[in-house]
Design a protein. Sequence first.
Length: 610
Amino acid sequence: MSRLEIASPKKAKIVMEGLYKDLERRIESSPPGLCPVDMARAFLELCHAQTCGKCVPCRIGLGQLNNFIREVLDGKATMKTLDIMEQTALSIMESADCAIGYEAANMVYKGLIGYRDDYVEHIQNGRCTCTYNQPVPCVSLCPAHVDIPGYVALVGEGRYADAIRLLRKDNPFPTTCGFICEHPCEARCRRNMVDDSINIRGLKRVAADFAGEVDPPQCAPDTGKKIAILGGGPGGLSAAYYLQLMGHQTTVYEMLPKLGGMLRYGIPNYRLPKDRLDDDIRAILKTGVQVKNGLKIGQDITIQQLRQEYDVVLITIGASTDKKLGLENEDADGILSAVQFLRNVGKNQIMDLTGKEVAVIGGGNVSMDAVRTAKRLGAKKVSIVYRRRVADMTALPGEIDGAVAEGIELQTLKAPSSIDVDENHHVKGIYVTPQMVSSIRDGRASIKPTGEEDIYIPCDVLIVAIGQNIETHHFEQAGIPVERGKIVTKSTGAFENLPGVFAGGDCASGPASVIKAIAAAKVVAANIDEYLGYHHEISCDVDIPEAHLDDRTPCGRVNLTEREACERVCDFEAVENCMTEKEAKQEAGRCLRCDHFGYGIFKGGRETLW
């Protein structure tokens, strides 16, 4: 009998696997601003190398497509070349024997349609439309364009107060964002090429925790202009902060007892402690921003009155009303919107859920906030009911993991079909239709019913978290254009026929993240300043540390730890723990300082949509 040996990977295979992982990290950290035509060439060559070479469409056709793209990049192509490329790509898609040939040709074809202007620019003018001075990836991907390498370097040197000053130049909510920012800046961090992205949000939290109270900068001389801002959420307060620094007197009108909007009345205390939110708001108010609480627009005061009293009216009311399921019995007792449920908790109107079964419909961050809050209010069982898969949820992965760790049940691929109520018109449960994944549409798997019978999910309380809207009735009466539940403005935030009235944030863009609301406020504040006849610059006198020349050896990322699940579900205290100073120094030292090495200095400039 012949001897058998256990198969083990050869050295070449191990090395190749490592190279594939390196390539994956490089693709993940591709910075914004790369030439799409050149990227198409690189991906096409990679696909061409993966083909088996047996069929002509792959072996010859992909090589020919690559030659055409190189002609475009070398300035040797004509407009007819693009037509030939399109025909060639379609021919390969129709005749290739395997998915590699089809997908490679399809990628080129979609590029010819999607960014044809870039091809034309290369052919007609011999240049690329993308910027030759590539932006720093983290700064470019931050909606507010915060100087991230700058404040990371300041944290690394222990200059926490200076880090907060630098942050506030572009984001007046550094403490808040240290807790809850969705950190899109980390997505293309160039450190991914080495090991893992920098924990940018974690370092912001470090700066906020160790800086103490930092006063805002001095305001510019008083311009005599008065601005009314409707809404005291992150957008309204950010706009007020920047306009006040420019020398304009701002007054914020807020219908709720305290400032903060959804930050206070929508995000639970365990994610964002309200005393830490107050730190940011206190710094904003120190600039001289005035506040009028308890006044609802359209009820206590009108747009017309404010236009007579102020030079500019800015609408930043956010998206604070809920969307409906559209099912019969949705008005039954025990059915709440997630917005109202979380707002009541924010007002300290605590609902006793002890021993009750709670179901929450939706898969976003608001849904996660609702289920984790319900658990803390004593619910016996809490379930998320979502019509798609966990992978399709819009909630942050960390929020989903946190909910599961706290004992939340995920009921996925179940679409609500009807609501069951008792004789007192109180909710008893909900029927859901089993779903299955189907064809991919726009990069996302669609769903369809499986054909199985509906499933019954009993519940004493049903919370709906499927999206948010704005209250538009008064604004429509005031002549402000509203379309599909959003206020319609020009790109500057202004209106065509309403001089002196602006809008920005969630009410104009639809529900978005906190950092996007802050970014929109910064832009609309600059445009209001221009409208009033000024051109103020918001500057910061903090000196950024010089980039060190020492090697950046591979090093693991420091993640924020959390309190144990069995402990944290019993209260509303903060879940996340901050880094230690030693951890923060190590994490800040991982930064590759893209603002200095390879990208040039990006400091300065002002974002405006005029």
